[in-house]
Design a protein around this ligand. Structure first.
Ligand code: GAR
Length: 189
């Protein structure tokens, strides 16, 4: 069975989707969730789903090897960033080359970079009257939202869409494609 570690900072609906998807198909198991946010919804989801979940702070992430060591101990085949808002330190990236992927709620390179996350992305897309938006699943590197793209999927932005309704459309794409892409990558490792 392949092993997944998830980093998440917020609600955790993608994390939950990945956990339940692989509980059904048994190719992989989420062995650990790590969060930087003591108030993240993902903590309750992890508890409900009986997945170990640990909280870390800036010091542990950027000024020590604590988080890196914890991840190494978990022996992941793939590391998943699911709504994780901190930039990964280069030591983590160097230890897991091509093994860390992120999901972003826009068609990168549009609407990426620092500060572009969650509803901020959808507000900007609507303010710019874009005709389409979507998701990007990509490898990470040391710059926000700039690693090699693995897959993009689109949705139409209609004139009546609000940031919330667009978020719903984008989440639907995320729930549909993120587990499938993870599954495809796991078949290669
Ligand atoms: C998701 O839409 C994800 O694409 C986005 O945060 C949301 C997390 O939702 N990620 C980013 O914006 C990263 N820059 P969730 O916590 O319910 O999975």
């Amino acid at each position: 069975m392949k092993r997944l570690v998830i980093f998440a900072s917020g609600n955790g609906s993608n994390a939950e989707r990945v956990i339940t998807y692989f509980r059904e198909n048994k190719l992989a198991e989420v062995v650990l969730i790590l969060t930087n946010n003591p108030k993240a919804g993902v903590i309750d989801r992890a508890k409900r789903l009986s997945v170990p979940c640990e909280i870390f702070d800036r010091k542990a992430f950027y000024e020590s090897d604590q988080v890196l060591t914890r991840v190494q101990d978990a022996q992941p085949d793939l590391i998943i960033l699911a709504g994780f808002l901190w930039k990964c330190p280069s030591s983590l990236i160097a230890h897991f080359p091509d093994q860390i992927i992120n999901i972003h709620p826009s068609l990168l390179p549009k609407y990426g970079g620092k500060g572009m996350y969650g509803l901020h992305v959808h507000e900007a897309v609507i303010a710019n009257q874009e005709k389409e938006s979507g998701i990007t699943i990509h490898y990470i590197n040391e710059h926000y939202d700039q690693g090699a793209v693995i897959r993009q999927e689109k949705t139409i932005v209609s004139p009546t869409d609000t940031p919330d309704s667009l978020a719903q459309k984008v989440h639907a794409l995320e729930y549909q494609y993120f587990p499938i892409v993870i599954e495809q990558l796991l078949q290669k490792v």
